[in-house]
Unconditional design. Sequence first.
Length: 135
Amino acid sequence: MKISKKTQYGMRVMVYLAKFSKKKKLCCLKKISQEEGIPFSFSEKIVSKLVKEKLVKAQKGPGGGYFLAKKPENIKVGQIVKVLERVTAPVKCLEKELKFSCPREKNCLAKKLWQKVKKSLDSTLNKITLADLLR
């Protein structure tokens, strides 16, 4: 699995928001984009997905901004990756969402390897929280 720029940027946005979560401070997306070196239009799309999936909340109006929907210790890195990547399997045949049917599936001797890789990756991503990244 190759991690896309969208997910790399999304993780940086989430860590940025996590830094300010204890202070309950709203974060301006323009400031996040500037400080993290993320194109603003790209960060808008990323945050929109994170809001839709209820990982981030928005407060509109003057003095508004974005904040985490949950405490950093309650947001797993795997949740963020899943929202932004959608596909987390190292090979197409393991990702149910793609509805891909491999003609070699019954005779594939490598499938067990790819299943172990996916299980290990998912396990690692789901053990780490945003709070862990701040330590």
